[in-house]
Write a protein that binds this ligand. Sequence first.
Ligand code: BGC
Length: 812
Amino acid sequence: MKFGHFDDEHREYVIETPKTPLPWINYLGSKEFFSLISNTCGGYTFYKDAKLLRLTRYRYNDVPMDINGKYFYIKDGDTVWNPGWKPTQTDLDEYECRHGIGYSKFKGVKNGVRADVLTFVPVNDNCEVSRLVVTNDSSAEKSISIFSYVEWCLWNADDDSRNFQRNFSTGEVEVKGSAIYHKTEYRERRNHYAVYSVNAPITAFDTARDSFLGLYHYAGDPEAVLNGKLTNSMASGWSPIAAHQLDVTLKPGESKSYVFVLGYIENPVEDKWESHNVINKKPAEALLAKYDTDAKVDAAFAELNDQWDKLLNIYTVDSSNDKVNRMVNIWNQYQCMVTFNMSRSASYYESGIGRGMGFRDSCQDLLGFVHLIPDRARERIIDIASTQFQDGRAYHQYQPLTKKGNSDIGSGFGDDPLWLIAGTSAYIRETGDTTILDEMVPFDNDESVAETLMEHLRRSFGYVDTHRGPHRLPLIGRADWNDCLNLNCHSTQPGESFQTFGPSEGPVAESVFIGGMFVKYGNEYADICDLKGLTDEAAKVRASVAEMNEILLDSSAGWDGEWFVRAYDSYGGKVGSKDCEEGQIYIEPQGFCVLAGVGKETGQAQKALDSVKAKLDTKYGVMILQPAYTVYHEELGEVSSYPPGYKENAGIFCHNNPWVSIAETVIGRGDRAFEVYKKTCPAYTEEISEIHRTEPYIYCQMVAGADAKFHGEGKNSWLTGTAAWTFVNISQYILGVYPTLKGLSVDPCVPADFGDFSVKRVYRGVEYDITVKQNGVQKGVKQLIVDGAQVEGTVIPYDASKKTVKVEVVMG
Ligand code: BGC
């Protein structure tokens, strides 16, 4: 069942009912000012850091669902309603929400009044613009009141939700004309404030929440709105808000437009005040003046769309499969950009006060956006590498505002170092910019111990190479990609963190998965060494990789007979083996070892993937392990803590489904690669939205596995490495346009009935117009013709002197 539809021409998902199975959200903002917005106008706003500079409040586990947002109320006689249905939940005659790329639109119609809201964050300003247009579609004159409402957060969202004994006494506001200023803590150490204003004179306002809502009311029945009259309250402590009242008369057919701006302002310390304790509003007024007419709003909206046109033209596909076209050309790349902006910090499942940027997460996210914003990817690589330790390990997370490693979680995740190679290699393959390798990058943000990025990569590889266990496999430490495989933790007390309890490294627990990564990224590192002319180092690295390859295929180490072992626990016992009672097979080493090419020649690759199909596949995707753990295993950690079928305990982790799909392309099985792609692909799961429940235009992290009560139900949408890996899978492996160090390679692996297709790709400043004649073949390039001339192999030689290149690929 669907709750809306795709409008590909406008790059929008059109939600037709406010009662979606879960809030379906969108993101506004692309630089420093961000909002989350749901299909019922729920959500919140922050500047740069969702924890430390939160502008508005949100309540995560409250009922009714999705509480707090930036709301408009319309009072028409005795009826009070919202264009986005919530929070009053008054039935609407018509409702529509269009989530677009960096903006959302709402349409609500009630009793002959129509309200259209367009909301977006302009490209170059720290504010959210919401234009509300009210239209009288009835045949009689209408007098209505419009109310706006936002609830301020007292900046530090974590403290705001805990430290009531202090915070109920700190709130301060100012009001000037239609502008309401939130200046809490500005008197002391903050030089920033927020403003919420409208480009029209107002009848009244409220800034104290209790005056607006009334005692024991909530946003669904605000007393002042029900009374039709805001009270001009001035907040003093408690909970400051900003609410405007506009009384409007509309003739039949008449429309009126109002522009609301929610902005963030920072003042220089020496220029904080206008007079004693009166804030300097000049910059705010300048900001508001930039959006005080419809024409200015239209221009800013056009600029935003223009920016996205440019980004989304970098990789486009035209195939006979609309769903593939829509995911590749619009939504998958959009989600990659959102993961760039948010990492794992702020979503409807990430509270914004918890995790900042993950080391491994950010490196993988980069794989999905490096072609879109290479300069910012470069910066990101340097930021990430700056949190590495001198021995090659790394902080597992860092804060976006300070860019410093997060010592609460610390280090010790065995896979982290290798992801830095993955990200850097992707950047160089995309841009050809090797100067990044010569950048001086600090360790643990200490400039006095800076070394080149190349040296950082060397230490990444070296750390894993020199930290091996009894089978010569890499030590796992606190965990590897699977954060919940905590083999050194041995936690028995509730509340202990599985990721930080126990030693950060043990001498025995090993990861086969990291072995697969070692092969994949070791090879990529060796190629980088070659590029730098370091042939001896390249040879040594390749020797280590070859040795690891053998270890992975050895049935006394990495190989279990029909599939790859997952790990060895701290007692040396196998994890993910036929010898185990539960958790006999895990997805990660099958996908990653094979995508690294391990076992391709020996037939073990095919065997491993056949086992995945036989043991882990479901109609909703490939599960992470089977059989699920039914009891808690102290020696395995968090993985066995979840009820069977959820999260890492036999859930369908969308993140590593593309590994399996990519692995299938490596052995040339296009039908199966695409089958795996389809199972978690939003454009396909849209049809089962009532089961899947999360947004049908983007990926979620996890879908409940076969053992779960709600098999097929998605959770944790938006901020997941799935976005990047799926884009890598579909764009580089299935459609096959892969950036190598030497140029673009075209080597598709598609289902037999996929048909001919074309890809437009801007790469290193050159526009490639690629057409593929598929000939019913799943993999294999018979002919590569570049600007009319036949070329050997699959790589298009890079020629910077050309602006456009015509490429014809004949499969066979
Ligand atoms: C984390 C990832 C991890 C994955 C699997 C996610 O929540 O952000 O770093 O790889 O879970 O455990």
